[in-house]
Design a protein around this ligand. Structure first.
Ligand SMILES: CC(C)(COP(=O)(O)OP(=O)(O)OC[C@H]1O[C@@H](n2cnc3c(N)ncnc32)[C@H](O)[C@@H]1OP(=O)(O)O)[C@@H](O)C(=O)NCCC(=O)NCCS
Length: 142
């Protein structure tokens, strides 16, 4: 909860339709299912990114990931995603999925680098602007 101000600042800089603070609060309280992690810059001692996922038995959903615009393209997104994939695989997860805007080339390239594959399209899933979501998945058994 103490990290929320910094996380909300990054969230607002990163998305046209940001999550509300109450959404993050609900996630933090959803103990055992929702796992919110922050990445802290060792020198500047500030939060530069976060990733939030759900783990239900062997199934993982990445529900949010963002890096502060000033710290993008330094490998932070990749490091956070790798951390979650490794940690959940060690805990027995076998399937990971997420949704991404069709136009989000940066995020799509990140997921592609890890081997995520298209699973489905959710028509008009996003607003501000209206856009389809691509559902991507990764089989951790492969
Ligand atoms: C997507 C996001 C988290 C990536 O974070 P990042 O720390 O900048 O990414 P990294 O530096 O770890 O890049 C890892 C890989 O992602 C891809 N990538 C990241 N940014 C990219 C860009 N702007 N254009 C193309 N590919 C990009 C590349 O494949 C890159 O690998 P490379 O460095 O070997 O080329 C970041 O752009 C972000 O916060 N975007 C806004 C929020 C968002 O869209 N979240 C995803 C919602 S589904």
């Amino acid at each position: 909860m103490g990290d929320l101000d910094e996380v909300m600042a990054i969230e607002r800089l990163s998305f046209s339709h940001p999550w509300l603070e109450t959404t993050f609060q609900g996630e933090i309280q959803n103990d055992g299912i929702s796992f919110p992690l922050v990445a802290v810059h060792r020198v500047e001692k500030r939060i530069v990114g976060y990733i939030l996922y759900w783990k239900i038995r062997d199934d993982v959903q990445i529900n949010n990931i963002a890096v502060h615009p000033d710290f993008r393209r330094f490998g932070m997104g990749e490091a956070m995603l790798r951390d979650v994939l490794l940690r959940t695989k060690c805990e027995g997860a076998v399937f990971v999925s997420l949704e991404v805007r069709v136009s989000n080339t940066a995020a799509r390239a990140l997921y592609e680098k890890f081997g995520f594959k298209p699973l489905a399209v959710r028509k008009n899933y996003y607003t501000h602007p209206d856009e389809d979501a691509l559902v991507l998945s990764l089989d951790l058994k492969e």
